[in-house]
Design a protein around this ligand. Structure first.
Ligand code: IVH
Length: 658
């Protein structure tokens, strides 16, 4: 059969399987089968670049298009909904609708209020054209490149139960499912990065990421709940959403058409508890008048439609007795006050500890031992104390007032609080046990030295036994065969990751990479002044000072020497050195066509190593196109029109060798 035809068939099938898997939750082929078809498609597409299609299932892994978001106007403003917190206001809403419709019968569509980020998707001729965030409601950010990586958002629509309008907009919510949220936070904890407080923040951070590959990996999901356009299929909102589902969108199956206020109550009562079984976060119920004609008749106020309302669930609160406040020291020395309370049941789990965040939050609550405190578990994972019951009816005498501490609870060193920072921290980083242990855990973690056979329990035990004093001891003490092998393997870990593994405050993965590239070896970095550090791209004052402080310590310098003797990499390898230059500095380069010497990914890496940037689409700013064979006709035309130079594979390789 014709390969081009194969490409088209594979695309149709893979779109279908994606839909079954991500929207229907019922995979129709095995993962292996799916992967096989995907790589077959990739292979054929590589052979036929003229068949390039941005909507192909192979493009889901994330292209590397724009790195700045464009702000665009919304075609229809994105209004929010009036919020209510009690059932009386729901009754009032129902009555207002009835009055506004002069007693006509009406139906209410009740649905869940998803707690994520609203998104507006534009489709033209059955293809996703643009995705825009809510922004200020009038303008939003164009996040199309990121949204394209979300598997449950169709790039190409299916033939459904009604004709697809030539052009329409559909709105919904982007969410990070609980499971993916927990996995992400576990990974972040491992690498010492700040945790996201709730899935909404995580989804927001993810959607605004500059790298669609990151977005693709994190596993966002989307539920759609509102169809707009001049020619939408039906007169009822509920029916429209069913049709949208048949086109391939994920539309909640938990929507319900209600014919009376009683049915609305029933829906709210049911979901107030059962929402906890859903895979994504919800924070309420949305009620919408179902008929579009009636919606139009009711109209809008300045801020929100008169035909819809949101009812927010109460974050679950309960009262218990405060027994004690303890103070925890983290890997970076930050001290967090933690309330220890009599156990209570909250949102389905037993709770007996709650965070008090920092000294300001704690002082504002004015806590005493024996206080009756109100504990809340809202969108956040960790419960918090939101107030006290001061009506005095509980009769328990007020105990001693609780104050923030002045010395580290573990090592006794006076705590420090930097101006403008919320947290106190223990400055005794070298000798304070939780900080030492935290650094050791960081050192062996996957993105650092990746010594996977040494885990937190082993570190704690070895530390207690007095076998571990600093991370160089991992290379000195005797391990059993398997562990010894994984420790030995870590001596091949490249310089930039060794630098990250040292756990210098504020030096994350990216900063470590940048510093390694600029200074090339540890000696140059150790003797760098703050000014020299500041002269590095994207290294600011906070990081520069932290690096200088770290290497000013004799103990840290001694540690470096011990690690050097153990054979760790403290310089870029010859290969890394040879492969770097500035010849492409500041140039945006498009890769197109099929190559014979290296793969596309390899060329992409070379461009970056020589200071250039690989971009996905041709514009006036493109420096040149690295052109292989069979470049697509539309790209050729665009290049010609803008007068952009084509550089062959061989010329490119010569160019970077200089
Ligand atoms: S309808 C004009 N339906 O809640 C009606 N919104 O303040 C447009 N939301 O910004 C919104 N679930 O981000 C609608 N089932 C649902 C929703 C929902 C969550 C969000 C949305 C909106 C906010 C309302």
């Amino acid at each position: 059969m014709d390969e081009k035809e194969d490409i088209l068939n594979l695309r149709t099938q893979l779109h279908r399987y994606n839909y079954d898997y991500y929207v229907m939750n019922s995979p129709s082929v095995s993962d292996m089968e799916f992967d096989k078809m995907m790589s077959r498609l990739q292979e054929l597409e590589d052979r036929h670049p003229e068949m390039y299609d941005p909507d192909s299932p192979t493009q889901r892994v994330g292209s590397d298009l724009n790195d700045e978001f464009r702000t665009v106007p919304h075609r229809h403003p994105m209004l929010s909904l009036a919020n209510t917190y009690n059932l009386t206001e729901i009754r009032d809403f129902y009555q207002r609708v009835s009055d506004g419709l002069h007693g006509q019968p009406f139906q209410i569509c009740a649905e869940l209020k998803y707690d994520g980020l609203s998104i507006s998707l534009h489709y033209r001729n059955g293809r996703l054209e643009q995705a825009v965030t809510r922004g200020d409601g009038i303008h939003g950010d164009d996040v199309t490149a990121n949204v394209r990586t979300i598997r449950s958002i169709p790039l190409v629509l299916e033939t459904g139960t009604a004709e697809i309008p030539e052009e329409f907009e559909i709105r919904g919510e982007i969410l990070l499912p609980w499971q993916n949220f927990e996995r992400l936070n576990a990974e972040r904890e491992q690498s010492g990065e700040a945790l996201f407080a709730n899935p909404r923040n995580a989804a927001s951070g993810t959607l605004k990421s500059k790298d669609p590959k990151v977005v693709s990996r994190r596993g966002l999901d989307a539920y759609l709940y509102y169809l707009l356009g001049d020619t939408i299929p039906s007169e009822g909102h509920f029916e429209n959403m069913e049709t949208a589902r048949s086109w391939g969108f994920r539309v909640s199956r938990d929507m319900k058409l209600c014919n009376s206020l009683e049915e609305v109550w029933e829906y709210i009562r049911y979901w107030d508890t059962h929402r906890r079984e859903l895979p994504v976060a919800t924070d309420g119920i949305v009620l919408k008048v179902n008929s579009i004609a009636q919606q139009k008749a009711l109209g809008m106020t300045a801020k929100s439609p008169r035909w819809a309302i949101a009812y927010k669930f109460q974050a679950e609160q309960a009262e218990t007795t405060l027994r004690e406040v303890t103070f925890q020291v983290g890997r970076t020395g930050v001290v967090t006050p933690v309330a220890n309370m009599d156990s209570l049941q909250l949102s389905g789990t037993m709770v007996h500890r709650a965070t008090l965040h920092n000294a300001d939050v704690m002082d504002a609550l004015d806590l005493h031992v024996g206080d009756r405190v109100l504990v809340e578990k809202g969108g956040e994972i960790i419960p918090k104390i939101v107030g006290k019951n001061t009506d005095g009816t509980h009769g328990e005498a007020q105990g001693a007032p609780i104050r923030f501490i002045h010395r580290c609870p573990v090592c006794g060193t006076p705590l420090v609080r930097e101006a403008e920072e919320a947290s106190h921290y223990c400055p005794n980083d070298l000798h304070c046990a939780p900080q030492i242990i935290g650094r050791m855990e960081h050192f062996v973690s996957r993105k650092a030295m990746n010594i996977s056979l040494i885990g937190p329990e082993m570190i704690q035990q070895y530390y207690n036994n007095g076998w571990l004093h600093d991370v160089s001891d991992f290379y000195r003490i005797r391990h059993d065969a398997k562990v010894a092998e994984s420790v030995a393997r870590s001596t091949d870990v490249p310089f930039e990751r060794v630098l990250f593994a040292l756990g210098i405050r504020f030096v994350g993965e990216i900063a470590a990479k940048t510093l390694a590239r600029k200074f090339k070896n540890i000696d140059a970095l150790m003797s760098a002044t703050a000014e020299q550090l500041l002269d590095t791209d994207s290294i600011g004052k906070v990081i520069a000072e932290s690096v200088v402080n770290f290497f000013a310590s004799d103990e840290n310098r001694a540690l470096i020497e011990k690690l050097r003797l153990a054979g760790l990499q403290f310089a870029l390898s010859d290969e890394q050195l040879a492969a770097h230059s500035d010849v492409l500095k500041g140039q945006s380069i498009v890769i197109s066509g099929v190559f014979s010497h290296h793969s596309r990914d390899e060329y992409k890496r070379m461009i970056e190593q020589h200071g250039g940037k690989n971009v996905g689409s041709i514009s006036a700013k493109t420096a040149f196109i690295l052109a292989g064979n069979n470049m697509g006709p539309s790209k050729l035309e665009k290049a010609e029109k803008l007068g952009i130079r084509l550089v062959t594979e061989d010329d490119f390789l010569t160019m970077i060798q200089q």
